[in-house]
Write a new protein. Structure first.
Length: 249
């Protein structure tokens, strides 16, 4: 049986209120057949610095769920632009965790924050925050200054280069598509709105943010049409043969 995929993008959990709805969705996903892999395309949390002094119970609850599910199915985690050092710190919690992309044959997943090469301000911020020296410094001061620094990073991420974040960079996305192997199907998050782009047989599917309307995405290579649907339809879409247009209604 071919590998099927459930995709979750941009939940942006704030950890400032109970996130019971999101974890109920994960509990429903845990009941899916084992051939349905689950991919988190980044920004599960509005901010996640995976070091002591910067995390809370919601981060640990999510990791516990992933470790349990890893024994039953593929669990893939890609860092978003609001997550730092997760792949290095918690590689054991996932089948695969990375800062860049994940491939399965012609299928490719990425968060999407680096598609727009013109966003130089973000590139500089990313370099500053993700280099080993910054990681060491944050680890050193975490217990004392962690919460304050986390607040600063959250605000910087929210306000940096809004002009680039607000609009989908079509020309940059098409350039990225053209660089991919023939017949590639690329799934991305980051931009929060549903977008489909095609170029010479290659397809890019940009997924809506879970944070907006609790929507998920599902892809079955045996019936290659992406379904985007409300989280409460998870069993209907992933366990039963359905009309994908009806699933999206």
């Amino acid at each position: 049986m071919s590998q099927r995929w459930l995709m979750i993008a941009d939940a942006h959990l704030t950890c400032r209120k109970p996130e019971d709805e999101f974890f109920r969705m994960l509990d429903a996903a845990a009941r899916l057949p084992g051939d349905v892999g689950i991919i988190f395309l980044g920004d599960v949390f509005d901010l996640w610095i995976a070091l002591r002094g910067y995390e809370n119970d919601d981060h640990r609850r999510f990791l516990d769920w992933c470790r349990r599910e890893k024994a039953k199915r593929k669990i893939v985690f890609l860092e978003g632009n609001h997550e730092f050092y997760v792949a290095k710190t918690y590689a054991d919690a996932f089948t695969y965790a990375g800062e860049d992309m994940y491939r399965d044959g012609v299928l490719q997943w990425l968060h999407g924050d680096r598609i727009n090469k013109r966003d130089r301000g973000y590139a500089v911020l990313r370099f500053i925050l993700r280099n080993p020296l910054t990681r060491w410094f944050l680890w050193l001061v975490g217990p004392t200054f962690g919460p304050g620094f986390a607040h600063y990073v959250r605000e910087r991420l929210r306000t940096t280069n809004q002009a680039y974040k607000r609009y989908f960079p079509e020309s940059q996305a098409l350039r990225y598509l053209a660089s991919c192997p023939p017949d590639s199907v690329i799934f991305a998050g980051h931009f929060h709105d549903r977008v489909t782009k095609t170029a010479d047989g290659r397809i890019m599917e940009v997924l809506p943010a879970y944070a907006n309307a609790s929507e998920l995405a599902y892809y079955d290579p045996a019936a290659p049409e992406l379904a985007v649907f409300p989280a409460d339809r998870i069993a209907d879409v992933c366990c039963n043969p359905v009309n994908l247009e009806a699933a999206e209604s």
